[in-house]
Design a binder for this molecule. Structure first.
Ligand code: ADP
Length: 161
């Protein structure tokens, strides 16, 4: 079975993430979308909240499994028998860091490949950080994050002010 991991912080999941996930789910027989809790980023949402938003919005993909891990990414991939790590590539700004991570991962786990899917033009500019910033200013989020999570997400951001 072809298995891939789509890792990230998903703080929160955006339409850009879901676009990558949809495309990965057409390429692989099974995709683990995994909230990595050791990424060094300071998330605004709790792990449970991020998982809940992913579960709410990925139900339509039967071959996608929502998960979380505090392991090293390649160790998690091995545990799941995945040979591919899927990453979204937005602009040149993503390239340096992602290239570095892919090289390090291929050094420590040569049998696991990183596959980059180019961001859709529509979501090229979209990041979870931009969404959080817009939510603080009350901007309409319907073009950026799935509608199922908008109200709850806005409440979460407001309660943290
Ligand atoms: P962010 O960079 O928005 O904080 P994550 O760390 O959760 O998001 O990103 C997880 C993965 O999704 C990364 O590979 C990232 O490049 C990709 N990604 C994030 N936003 C988009 C987008 N708008 N389009 C395509 N890929 C994206």
């Amino acid at each position: 079975m072809s298995i891939a991991i789509y890792p990230g912080s998903f703080d929160p999941v955006t339409l850009g993430h879901l676009n990558i996930l949809k495309r990965a789910s057409r390429i692989f027989e099974k995709v683990y979308v995994c909230v990595m809790v050791n990424s060094g980023k300071q998330p605004v949402l709790s792990l449970e909240q991020r998982l809940e938003y992913l579960r709410l919005t990925t139900g339509r993909f039967p071959n996608v499994v929502v998960d979380s891990s505090d392991k090293l990414l390649v160790d998690y991939a091995k545990e799941k028998n995945a040979k591919v790590i899927v990453k979204g590539m937005r602009a040149v700004s993503d390239f340096d860091w992602e290239f570095q991570m892919a090289l390090v991962n291929s050094k420590i786990a040569p049998d696991i490949d990183t596959m980059f899917l180019m961001a859709s033009q529509k979501y090229m500019y979209l990041s979870s950080s931009i969404v959080k910033e817009m939510a603080r200013y009350g901007v309409d989020l319907s073009e950026f994050i799935p509608r199922e999570i908008i109200d709850d997400f806005i409440n979460q951001i407001r309660s943290r002010r």
